[in-house]
Design a protein around this ligand. Sequence first.
Ligand code: PSU
Ligand code: MN
Length: 307
Amino acid sequence: MTLPMDLSIEVGEAQALGRAVVALESTIITHGMPYPQNVETARLVEAEVRAHGAVPATIAVIDGRLKIGLSDAELDALAQAQNVAKLSRADIAVCVARGGTGATTVAATMIAAHLAGVSVFATGGIGGVHKGAADSFDISADLGELAITPVTVVAAGAKAILDLPKTLEVLETQGVPVIAYRQDDFPAFWSRSSGMTAPLRMDSAKEIASAHAMRGAMGLSGGQLVANPIPSDAEIAAETLAPLIAQATTEADAKGVTGKGVTPFLLKRLFELTEGTSLEANIALVLNNARLASEIAVCLANPGGND
Ligand code: PSU
Ligand code: MN
């Protein structure tokens, strides 16, 4: 069976020449941000990747094809579409087999990136263990994916709407290296620190690239999570957010929001409760992650080069 996968011309050329490529997800576009900021951000992120010497590959499923790199028209259509499916490991093959269209989460983007031979991926924040998981059992498939698919994911930590201590515990159990970039603390998405020390710290893209390559050489399955703190001028203090997160979480419970709906609901409510500040922070941190991911991809493509 041939895989129904299309690399954009730019991505195909870069892959053929062994040049740096950075994967980007699409759920952040369809479920993480409102239109038109979602498509504006997606374009800015692609431009940031190019400005740092790599080729962007925004990933989605369109009409049953795994798209590795979207055209401007495809990006715009996805950003405006209503009720797009949110695809994770459980649903991506079903969507492709049925000829459907959907946006890829961190887990599904890792799967598609790996199939296309792309090993570095930039996003906002990974999914994790939700608050109240002891009752709800709500743990993102992103964590299990990091344990099995060899892609280095650059995120601003995990979203502060999650139970971060439990998220770190699961990542440790799953054997996922969690590497804070240029600080000791594990960042909390909108804030630079979660108050917890990250298990690992690295201070250069080159070190992160060589650790990625070493995992491959040692035959270790799974990827790396690089936790890159939001830039200081864009951060929102954890104390400011905590009561708003508590309010949004209570509302989600009261409305019976479950499963795939939880993360999009919480992000939307925080956008409203912070009067848009959370979105500005989200945009800043994604751009920051795109920069670091590009540097890592460039180091991986030129292992002997200077960083
Ligand atoms: N990062 C963002 N915004 C988002 C997401 C990440 O800045 O919307 C998405 C990612 O696609 C991630 C998903 O995989 O949220 C997690 O969803 P869940 O908790 O249902 O696994
Ligand atoms: Mn979930």
